[in-house]
Design a protein around this ligand. Structure first.
Ligand code: NDP
Length: 503
């Protein structure tokens, strides 16, 4: 027998004599309960699936590194950013958002772009998307929004009425809708798309001086998208096209890379900025806040086991390291809670101990104890409370976030919809998109919106008109709507428009 030949065992390490024939009473007889191996095998199999993520269920991931290329120490004390040339190990997970775990990769959807930096000060997660903005800016709307992107409760089918009803009643979504229905809503591969933090974050230096920043990961492979018909076809030809592409490219030694940029805004600039700089439905125009390159991210290693490394990977925008903190962005504030919470549901309270989620370059010295599946030493015999005088780990006030002024009346403050909410969608359509981009955008919208009721088509097309008159006119034409009626609706307040298009 060769030395490396392994004997099959049960999950508890007992050798197994036969893994093909169940133990039965006679050759044709019923199965015996004493076949512990059979029942252990079936019982474990029955429990193989964990709850899929309620959003971002279908994804692919890879390992790699981030390397600093610019001195940013005057802005942040983060150690992983402290030196030009410094490298930090990362794990990245890309995903679609609305589809189930088996759904097609070429669905029109934003793409998740989540990066875990294993730094010496703990794990830092940048949990972004391939779009620089989002549909909504208040987390209270998030569960409703996601319901409309998923399946109708009666038919269990995707439903254009739900989809467009919500969006047309949520006009701040217009910017993200315009990006989503451009060909950037169907990237050809995960390698060929950008990543954005979308949110604003705080960076602060060793002196406690802070600034506001946004991250952009720019693909070195170039942007490449499917157009609408190609994406439709690809759903049938290869539903796993982007998952396959990422794995195979890395296996071939083609390691995708992104240029990492930040936009930096001073607190003084933010105070008097012409719109709320923490509103995630808006970008910071480059002319106001030019991006600077701070480093490069490379993915060079595939996971060895999808479940262990990709399915169990758990990211949270609440995982910060000293030098980086949150901003008052309301959507971000909601996410700070929600991500950890969903992982506790999906993976259990000790999910941070799983190898893919545990800090690799920093010690973990907390007083958290017990809970389901606590599989490390659980703190051994050391103290499990703070304060203690038995040498347990102590908090260090030197790591405090800078104090920022927060004041105001406690109430449910609504964002007032203003014309400023339509400006950036209009600029994207007019100034950034090419003729082909605009043509595809209109065709992609018409192909989807035509499935909704006419009154919803009218309400949504009025929003496109508010972003840009030609944009709205072309969508109206494609849908066969009365252009004058759309213009009349576009001139109304949102409240009147909703009344005029009520069921
Ligand atoms: P700029 O001309 O300086 O930047 C335009 C940006 O748009 C570039 O970052 C470009 O970078 C990106 N872009 C190009 N084509 C598309 C597309 N079809 N869909 C989405 N993004 C695209 O202008 P501004 O900074 O003044 O922004 C103008 C508009 O550009 C914004 O209203 C916004 O819609 C969009 N945009 C702006 C970003 C920002 O951070 N300022 C970031 C991304 C988009 P790339 O091709 O590398 O993505």
């Amino acid at each position: 027998m060769a030395d490396d030949k392994k004997t099959l065992t049960t999950g508890f390490g007992m050798p197994v004599d036969n893994d093909l024939d169940s133990m039965t009473a006679g050759p044709k007889g019923p199965v015996l309960v004493e076949d512990a191996h059979l029942f252990e095998k079936l019982a474990h199999f029955d429990r193989e699936r964990i709850p899929e993520r309620v959003v971002h269920a279908k994804g692919a991931g890879a390992h790699g590194y981030f390397e600093v290329s610019r001195d940013v120490t005057k802005h942040t004390r983060a150690k992983f950013l402290s030196e030009v040339g410094k490298k930090t190990e990362v794990f990245v997970r890309f995903s679609t958002v609305g589809g189930e775990r088996g759904s097609a990769d070429s669905e029109r959807d934003p793409r998740g772009f989540a990066v875990k930096f294993y730094t010496e000060e703990g794990n830092y997660d940048m949990v972004g998307n391939n779009t620089p903005v989002f549909f909504i800016r208040d987390p209270l709307k998030f569960p409703d929004f996601i319901h409309t992107q998923k399946r109708n409760p009666a038919t269990n089918l995707k439903d254009p009425d739900m989809f467009w009803d919500f969006l047309s009643l949520t006009p701040e979504s217009i910017h993200q809708v315009t990006i989503l229905f451009s060909d950037r809503g169907t990237p050809r591969s995960y390698r060929n798309m950008n990543g954005h933090s979308s949110h604003t974050y705080m960076w602060y230096n060793a002196k406690g001086e802070y600034c506001w920043i946004k991250y952009h990961f720019k693909t070195e492979q170039g942007i490449r998208n499917f157009d609408g018909p190609e994406a439709d076809r690809m759903r049938g030809i290869d539903p796993d096209v982007t998952t396959r592409d990422l794995f195979q490219a890395i296996a071939r030694g083609e390691h995708p890379a992104w240029r990492v940029e930040v936009q930096i805004m001073t607190p003084e600039q933010a105070k008097d900025y012409r719109f709320d700089p923490f509103d995630v439905t808006k970008v910071w125009p480059h002319a106001d806040v030019p991006p600077v390159v701070i480093g490069r991210m490379v993915l060079d290693r595939n996971p060895e086991n999808y479940f262990a490394e990709v399915e169990q990977a758990a990211f949270s925008p609440g995982n910060f390291v000293p030098g980086i903190g949150p901003s008052p962005d309301k959507m971000l504030q909601g996410r700070l809670f929600s991500y950890h919470d969903t992982h506790r549901h999906r993976l259990g309270p000790n999910y941070h101990l799983l190898p893919i989620n545990a800090p690799k370059a920093a010690p973990m010295e907390s007083y958290q104890r017990d809970g389901a599946m606590r599989f490390d030493g659980n703190g051994g015999g050391g103290p499990n409370y703070w304060p203690n005088s038995f040498g347990g780990p102590a908090p260090d006030a030197g790591f405090a976030l800078p104090a920022i002024d927060v004041a105001g009346t406690a109430a449910r403050h609504a964002y007032t919809l203003g014309d400023v909410d339509f400006v950036q969608a209009g600029a994207l359509y007019r100034k950034v998109m090419t003729d082909t981009d605009r043509e595809h955008l209109v065709a992609n919208i018409v192909g989807h919106l035509k499935g909704a009721q006419k009154r919803i088509q009218l309400r949504q097309t009025a929003l496109f008109t508010k972003a840009d008159a030609e944009y709205g006119w072309r969508v109206a034409k494609g849908l066969g709507l009365d252009g004058d009626e759309v213009k009349r609706l576009a001139a109304m307040s949102q409240e009147d428009r909703v009344k005029a298009t009520a069921a």
